[in-house]
Write a protein that binds this ligand. Structure first.
Ligand code: 4NP
Length: 147
């Protein structure tokens, strides 16, 4: 059976598109579905931020085809695991949860820390975000493959 994982940030143009691309690059698409979404709708339909596209490309990952979308309540039914980047995302996603089971699907991708929002930063901030997410996705992969 396929396992579905959703990565969530605020705009779905900087952090979660990177998280989606990184995790996809580590898992076979035959058994894992990976997507991303934003808690805010202001960038719907847009490509990822050019700095996220560039940093991913530096690591051999193409995220240029992705399109931003908003997180929806129905995502709780579509995804087994929902990883959020920071505590604001956590609060916003949890506020849409309708059952304890919905809430249990959601966690901070860095467990006790936040992935800093690089939107007003520089390319080096996007590189740091890439490294944080790459480590987190390695751990997610090993937890999925050896639960
Ligand atoms: P993201 O970054 O949540 O990692 O996609 C942001 C993107 C856009 C904005 C803020 C954060 N914004 O204010 O437009």
């Amino acid at each position: 059976m396929e396992t579905s994982i959703l990565m969530v940030c605020l705009g779905n143009i900087c952090r979660s598109p990177l998280a989606e691309g990184i995790l996809k690059s580590k898992l076979p698409s035959s058994h894992f579905h990976v997507d991303s979404a934003g808690t805010a709708g202001f960038h719907i339909g847009k490509s990822p931020d050019h700095r996220s596209i560039k940093v991913a490309a530096n690591h051999g990952i193409d995220i240029s085809h992705q399109q931003a979308r908003a997180f929806q309540t129905v995502d709780f039914n579509r995804f087994d695991r929902i990883y959020v980047m920071d505590r604001n995302n956590l609060k916003n996603v949890i506020s849409l949860a309708q059952t304890a089971k919905d809430r249990e699907r959601v966690s901070l991708i860095l467990e006790n820390e936040e992935v800093p929002d690089p939107y007003y930063g520089e390319e080096s901030d996007f590189e740091m975000v890439f490294d944080l997410l790459n480590n987190a996705c390695e751990k997610i992969k090993s937890d999925l493959i050896n639960p």
